[in-house]
Design a protein around this ligand. Structure first.
Ligand code: KG4
Ligand code: ZN
Length: 334
């Protein structure tokens, strides 16, 4: 089954063709430079850039896949969560392709896409799974007893993990997006240099909170400057990252233990983080749990993950009607 995947929920215009779990093409038109000078994604700029980029990208993705529009078996498009205007651009394109070719349309939840990015790399492992979704907008632990069935175990009460990386990077003048910059800096730093708070590490549930950590980092930098000391950015980045990763690893492993899930699936842009990958892998082998994550380029937003999740829904006979709209706050479970 050849499925076209379209993703425009935030600041990447992404189109892919996936055939039976194999990526034939996976193109991303990044808008990072358009938003960088604002220090974050500007929704109206994102929508306009999607309008400009999507049509040529669709043509290129099909060409690279060696596939004509009429040879597609389905069209999968992100319908939420995300920026309303940005989502609508992709949805309109998806409907147009599906209508013109007569192939079925399926709407995909962006977070489900992040989870299914694992299936592109590892094939579908046997459920049940515990999934940790950590992106620019979400930090969420999910129990998945079977495919497409989600029970949210916990989520962030304030900032998402990626958002915390981006805010701290902006504060330190490292540019946008902040995750990759902090990740690089942290490689030369000591994760134990500064003991930042591990908020909610012992809360006994699966919720997260990152606002206390953010404040602690700001306070630390201000205090060091006031004392006339230079801040070692590598140590700061490594210590900040460690505080986030510690809590994510321990809660994910507790969730795997409590639910009895033998497989942990990691998804979302923050899973590109070197330390998170290392620590999760180590914790998994210690606890006898299989920890899977996508290759770096499939962690951040892409069209292939949407095509893969959509293909699985299409195979189950699911169809989305042409009156579907964008749902900026679409829930995973339900
Ligand atoms: O999943 P994604 O591409 O977009 C959303 O759905 O939000 O995630 C983007 C987020 C950004 O906040 C970015 O800073 C973060 O993922 N990110 C990272 C790394 N690469 C991207 N965070 C930590 N370490 C990284 N290497
Ligand atoms: Zn994402």
């Amino acid at each position: 089954m050849k499925v076209l995947g379209i993703e425009t929920s935030c600041d990447e215009t992404a189109v892919a063709v996936v055939e039976d779990g194999r990526i034939l093409s996976n193109l991303i038109g990044s808008q990072v430079e358009l938003h960088a000078r604002f220090g974050g994604v500007v929704p109206e700029i994102a929508s306009r850039a999607h309008v400009e980029a999507l049509d040529p990208l669709l043509g290129q993705a099909l060409e690279q896949a060696g596939c004509r529009f009429r040879e597609l078996d389905g069209v999968a498009v992100t319908v939420g969560p995300g920026l309303a205007g940005a989502l609508l651009v992709g949805i309109a394109a998806g409907k147009a392709v599906a209508f013109a070719t007569g192939v079925p349309l399926v709407g995909v939840n962006h977070l489900e896409g992040h989870i299914y990015a694992n299936f592109l790399e590892h094939g579908p492992p046997a459920p049940p799974y515990v999934c940790l979704v950590v992106s620019g907008g979400h930090t969420m632990l999910v129990h998945m007893e079977q495919e497409h069935r989600y029970r949210v175990l916990g989520q962030t009460l304030d900032d998402a993990a990626g958002e915390a990386f981006d805010k701290i990077a902006r504060f330190l003048g490292l540019g946008f997006p902040g995750g990759p910059a902090l990740d690089r800096l942290a490689r030369d730093g000591d994760p134990d240099a500064i003991r930042f708070p591990r908020s909610m590490a012992n809360s006994g549930d699966y919720d997260f909170s990152l606002s206390g950590l953010k404040t602690a980092v700001l306070r630390h930098v201000k205090a060091e400057k006031a004392a006339g000391r230079d801040v070692d950015l590598a140590d700061l980045a490594a210590s900040f990252q460690e505080a986030i990763v510690d809590v994510q690893v321990s809660k994910t492993m507790s969730a795997a233990k409590e639910t009895g899930a033998g497989t942990v699936l990691l998804g979302g842009g923050v899973v590109a983080n070197t330390r998170l990958r290392e620590r999760m892998e180590r914790a998994g082998s210690e606890q006898g749990v299989r920890v899977l994550f996508p290759p770096i380029e499939l962690c951040t937003d892409n069209g292939a993950m949407i095509a893969r999740a959509g293909a699985s829904r299409l195979e189950r006979g699911e169809r989305t009607s042409f009156d579907v709209g964008a749902d900026p706050a679409l829930e995973l479970a339900g």
